[in-house]
Design a protein around this ligand. Structure first.
Ligand code: ACO
Length: 320
């Protein structure tokens, strides 16, 4: 059998930091409210002119270096993003050119906050079926561009960033299993209503609209179910999981998933405090953070999960 494994990880956050105190000067909010309801203390914001591809490039170079491979070794590029630089070409094609990668397929994948897990699933299948040997899988976003900075109910939640992994063919499973879901019936609860075909039809429609508490409840339920699904598919017990690497939207949602797994918060990678919700970048950024600081070690079993607009949600069981 042919499988894929993670060979290296990388992450990048833009230089500019926006703290809760900064936000309290912009909208009617407080550091206490934001920390209490979300866990977020600060977020990074892309500079004027800095794009999703710029962030993706930094994260990808770090992942390539960590994997000990060069651009010529990559034969597939998949970028999970809801905030591409251009309508077309895809951010993956722009990134391919930047990194001097040629000829192999390159495409973007749009599943909002679940984008990286969708991208990882697809890249893993390319490798398992022999269509690729080594893939660059990226989650990169500039959500600051689609946040209404006058809306306190959403602007405190998001930040910009990019995370990347290089995955390569292996004889034993690194990506053990992936589980993806979507339910478009919930599109009205979380969206950015403008688009190419619909066009921008009024003030504010190019910004995130969210029914926060409904999304919160749906996320907790869906992530609860996906923990059961992932463990059952692999005939595992909760105690087999070494680390939870969750989507970083809200510490209360993450704590609910950790409780479901009977995992202490010391076995959960938490970056939401420092990065806020970076959508598709959030899971690979958290993974890279815990790999680089030595918490996650080779051979450990990781549960990656995410939930986002669509709704979309998914998980990946990874033997690192
Ligand atoms: N500062 C101060 N008060 C605020 C703020 C703020 N930034 N934002 C809202 N409030 C107020 C509201 O106006 C409301 O006041 P009221 O009671 O007088 O009406 C009160 O706080 C409570 O508002 P709720 O929305 O009920 O607060 P809740 O506890 O649900 O927390 C939050 C809101 C943090 C948004 C939470 O619902 C949440 O995290 N939801 C999930 C978000 C998420 O996970 N998204 C994931 C996917 S994102 C993607 O896919 C793009």
């Amino acid at each position: 059998m042919r499988y894929s494994r993670i060979a290296g990880t990388g992450g990048y956050l833009p230089e500019r930091v926006l703290t809760n105190a900064d936000l309290a000067r912009m909208v009617d909010t407080t550091d206490e409210w934001i920390v209490d309801r979300t866990g977020v203390r600060k977020r990074h914001i892309a500079a004027e002119g800095e794009t999703t591809c710029d962030l993706a490039e930094h994260a990808s170079r770090r992942a390539l270096e960590a994997a000990g491979v060069g651009p010529g070794d990559i034969d597939l590029v998949v970028v999970g993003t809801a905030t591409p630089d251009m309508i077309f070409p895809s951010t993956a094609c722009l990134l391919q050119e930047r990194l001097d990668i040629h000829d192999g397929p390159a495409f973007d994948l749009q599943a909002v906050c679940t984008g990286f897990l969708y991208a990882l699933d697809i890249a893993d299948k390319f490798i398992r079926t022999g269509s690729a040997d080594r893939a660059l899988v990226v989650g990169a976003e500039t959500f600051s561009r689609i946040v209404d900075w006058t809306d306190r109910s959403t602007c405190v939640l998001f930040g910009d960033g990019a995370g990347a992994v290089v995955i390569e063919a292996a004889e034993v499973p690194g990506i053990v299993s992936t589980h993806l879901h979507a339910d478009g019936r919930y599109q009205s609860l979380l969206n950015v209503p403008s688009g190419v075909s619909r066009r921008c039809d009024g003030a504010g429609s190019g910004y995130i609209q969210m029914a926060g508490s409904e999304v919160f409840r749906a996320a907790v339920k869906a992530l609860d179910r996906i923990v059961d699904e992932t463990l059952a598919a692999n005939r595992l017990a909760k105690t087999d999981i070494d680390w939870l690497v969750p989507h970083q939207a809200n510490t209360r949602i993450i704590a609910a998933t950790a409780k479901k797994l009977d995992l202490p918060m010391s076995r959960v990678v938490l970056t939401v405090e420092d990065h806020a919700n970076t959508s598709a970048a959030s899971v690979p950024l958290a993974l890279d953070c815990a790999v680089r600081d030595g918490r996650i070690r080779r051979g450990e079993l990781l549960l990656l999960e995410a939930f986002g607009g669509g709704f979309t949600w998914g998980s990946a069981l990874v033997r690192y």
